[in-house]
Design a protein around this ligand. Structure first.
Ligand code: AMP
Length: 214
C-alpha cells in the first residue's frame, strides 16, 4: 500500500512512520530526512534547500517531487511505502497522483494526525536530534540512554534542529495551515482520508493508525 501521513510538524507522524515501517516492512520516505541528508553531505540540492528550511518555509515543489519520484523507484518500494512529510501542497499531491497513475498505482490511504498547536509547540521545544545520524530524542519523553550521547551511533552531537527553534516552529505551523491543511479536503474528496487523534500516547496513536489502515 502507498500510504500518506499528514499532520502538523510535531504531530508524531515521523515516529509512527518508523514504527509502521518495522511492523509492515514498508520503507518510510521522508522528504525532510532526505533534505537534511543532502544538507549534511553539502550537495547542491542541500545548499539550495537549507535557506528555505532554516526559515521554516517549504522548499520548491519540483525539488521534493523529484526526490520522491526517484526514491520510490528503488527496489524496496515495490510493495508500497509510507510517505512522511510529502505531499505538503496541493500541487505536490497532484504531481504524486500523476506520477502514480503513470505507474498504474495510486495512494491507498491518507491518515491525518490531529493535534492542537499548543501541544505541538511544547513537543517540538523538547525535541533533539543527532547531528551525525539523525536519530530523534525528546528531553522528557525519550532522552538518550546516556546523557548527550546518541544511542544509535555514539556521537555526542545531540542538538536542537535549526528549524525546531520556537520562532521557526511558529512559521512552520503557519505554513502548515495555509499550504498543507488543504490536503485534508483533497484526500477526503478522494474518499481515502482517515483522521486519528494524535494527542494520545504513542502506543494509542499506533493502535489508531493500524485501525485507520484497515
Ligand atoms: P520535516 O522534517 O518533514 O518537518 O521537514 C523539515 C523541512 O523540510 C520543512 O519545514 C520544509 O522546509 C522541508 N520539507 C520537507 N518536506 C517537504 C515537502 N514535501 N515540501 C516542501 N518542503 C519540505
Amino acid at each position: 500500500m502507498i500510504l500518506v501521513l499528514l499532520g502538523a510538524p510535531g504531530s508524531g507522524k515521523g515516529t509512527q512512520a518508523q514504527r509502521l515501517m518495522k511492523e509492515r516492512s514498508l520503507p518510510q520516505l521522508s522528504t525532510g530526512d532526505m533534505l537534511r541528508s543532502a544538507i549534511q553531505k553539502g550537495t547542491d540540492l542541500g545548499l539550495k534547500a537549507k535557506g528555505f528550511m532554516d526559515r521554516g518555509e517549504l522548499v520548491p515543489d519540483q525539488v521534493v517531487v523529484g526526490l520522491i519520484a526517484e526514491r520510490s523507484q528503488d527496489s524496496d518500494c515495490v510493495n508500497g511505502y509510507i510517505l512522511d512529510g510529502f505531499p505538503r501542497t496541493i500541487p505536490q499531491a497532484e504531481a504524486l497522483d500523476k506520477m502514480l497513475s503513470e505507474r498504474n498505482a495510486a495512494v491507498g490511504r491518507a491518515v491525518l494526525f490531529q493535534v492542537q498547536d499548543e501541544e505541538v509547540v511544547q513537543r517540538i521545544a523538547g525535541r533533539r536530534s543527532c547531528a551525525n545520524c539523525g536519530a530523534m530524542y525528546h528531553v522528557d519523553v525519550k532522552p538518550p540512554k546516556k546523557a548527550g550521547v546518541c544511542d544509535q551511533c555514539g556521537s555526542n552531537q545531540i542538538v536542537l534542529r535549526d528549524d525546531d527553534r520556537a520562532d521557526v516552529v511558529r512559521k512552520r505551523l503557519e505554513v502548515y495551515r495555509s499550504q498543507t491543511a488543504p490536503l485534508q479536503a483533497y484526500y477526503e474528496k478522494a474518499g481515502i482520508l482517515r483522521t486519528i487523534d494524535a494527542s494520545q500516547s504513542p502506543d494509542q496513536v499506533f493502535q489508531s493508525l493500524i485501525r485507520a489502515l484497515q
